[in-house]
Design a protein around this ligand. Structure first.
Ligand code: SF4
Length: 150
């Protein structure tokens, strides 16, 4: 199948590439000569998620989920940078502001129309504090990616 975006604008899926990847085994992979890592500070932007995967230990239900304020994000990033971190790892559940009205309302009160718009600001804060932002926001549409990255 030729890769192409679907009607919803989702990224193309290359079925042949997936088939090829599924045939790769341990014998096809060379051991790395060295391992590197980026020391990161964990920044759980919110513990809300629109899903409720039964194995998940990350999300909190509506009414219990936390949402870090911009000041809290800055404080965590600053302390991370002081202790030698080079990255800020931003995490949250999938489209949390879709399901959690309190999260949505708080973001709105802060001037952000979505968690992705807020993530972009959080990434800017990380850069201001000397860290490389590393965003881990779950499924995203092209528009959501553009909100964060452009
Ligand atoms: S999508 Fe991720 S954060 Fe949300 S419930 Fe599932 S595992 Fe947890």
């Amino acid at each position: 199948m030729t890769p192409s975006s679907d009607a919803g604008g989702r990224p193309p899926v290359d079925e042949e590439a997936i088939e090829r990847l599924c045939t790769v085994g341990p014998e096809d992979v060379q051991a790395a000569t060295e391992l590197t890592f980026a020391r990161n500070v964990f920044v759980p932007l919110t513990t809300a998620c629109r899903y409720t995967c039964t194995y998940c230990t990350y999300y909190d239900p509506p009414g219990e989920a936390t949402l870090l304020s911009p000041e809290e994000v800055r404080d965590i990033c600053r302390r991370g940078a002081r202790t030698g971190c080079t990255e800020a790892l931003f995490t949250f559940g999938d489209d949390p502001d879709d399901r959690y009205t309190a999260v949505h309302d708080q973001l709105d009160a802060w001037g952000y129309d979505s968690i992705h718009a807020y993530l972009r600001r959080a990434c800017e804060i990380a850069i201001e504090e000397g860290l490389l932002p590393h965003a881990n926001p779950g499924d995203q549409t092209r528009e959501q990616m553009a909100t964060v990255a452009t």
